[in-house]
Design a protein around this ligand. Structure first.
Ligand code: TMP
Ligand code: ASP
Length: 264
């Protein structure tokens, strides 16, 4: 099937689904069974709270595939995620969950807002991974908050915070390892956490996406940026950078791919 007909097929499938939420990079639709959601990856790229916007051909396809790869790996090592299975080029089936209103950031090297805030040169190795929390609110620009704010305002309990910290550090170890194996330094990343209810219990799982949109990835040798900073800082072609990450991880064929092509 050519790309055009695949696109229109995806389009018609989407049209029959009920849209639950549209964010900057993804759309959520009601899933086929209770407790599931279809997560659709758009080509839209935004930065600086959507002050900078563009449509990057192929970004959604790459992020769908890369997020599948990372979430599958996490599930396999016993770090629970919302990921169930990829449905097609742009969509994946995920567990429905209640998103904890925090962006959980883990940093191994100083970069971005931490470098600016604390005056530490980008690329400085941190003495240990540092976990930060931002309150998810676009109208406020996702401000940095402390555990005190989180507990006082009831965004998460102390037990949740312990679980979130442990999930974040396990994701960091996993992601650092697989990136190191392909010559990439995991500088920092952001994850989101979901709450699922199983009988009387609630469990926290990794949700949203893990992709070069939400990580800083630098080539170990050259320092070349292979993440969304390419877009934020106008450093070149974003799809080329993401394709390089996918190619190294074996998610794309080893040939010189300019357009994202799915294997299997
Ligand atoms: P920062 O240095 O801009 O605070 O970003 C830290 C990490 O979080 C970096 O890997 C990019 C990621 N991130 C997001 O995924 N979404 C965002 O809205 C922001 C600001 C950062
Ligand atoms: N995702 C955020 C936005 O659009 C910021 C970023 O990733 O830099 O605005």
């Amino acid at each position: 099937m050519g790309n055009l007909s695949l696109h229109s097929l995806e389009g018609s499938l989407m049209a029959r689904r009920k849209k639950i939420y549209e964010g900057k990079a993804k759309i959520l639709y009601e899933g086929p069974e209770a407790g599931t959601i279809v997560q659709y990856f758009k080509d839209d790229a935004t930065a600086f709270n959507a002050e900078k916007k563009d449509v990057i051909d192929g970004k959604g396809v790459l992020n769908n595939r890369l997020s599948e790869y990372f979430m599958n790996g996490l599930n396999q090592i016993g770090v629970p995620t919302h990921f169930i299975r990829r449905l097609n080029m742009r969509e994946q089936l995920v567990r429905s969950c209640e998103i904890v209103p925090l962006e959980v950031i883990v940093r191994n090297y100083a970069a971005g807002s931490m470098s600016k805030r604390l005056g530490i040169a980008e690329g400085t190795q941190l003495p240990r991974p540092i976990v930060e929390y931002c309150y998810k609110d676009d109208s406020l620009g996702d401000p940095l908050v402390t555990e005190e704010h989180i507990a006082a305002f009831g965004w998460a309990s102390q037990q949740d915070m312990d679980d979130i910290l442990s999930l974040a550090l396990r994701v960091n170890d996993f992601m650092s390892g697989i990136m190191l194996a392909v010559g990439i330094r995991l500088v920092d990343f952001k994850i989101e956490i979901g709450r699922v209810f199983e009988g009387d219990y609630q469990r926290l799982i990794v949700a949203d996406e893990i992709s070069p949109d939400s990580c800083r990835l630098w080539d170990i040798e050259s320092g070349q940026k292979l993440d969304k900073d390419v877009f934020r800082r106008d450093l070149g072609n974003l799809t080329d950078a993401y394709s390089e990450v996918a190619r190294r991880l074996g998610v794309l064929p080893k040939s010189n791919v300019t357009k994202p092509t799915l294997i299997n």
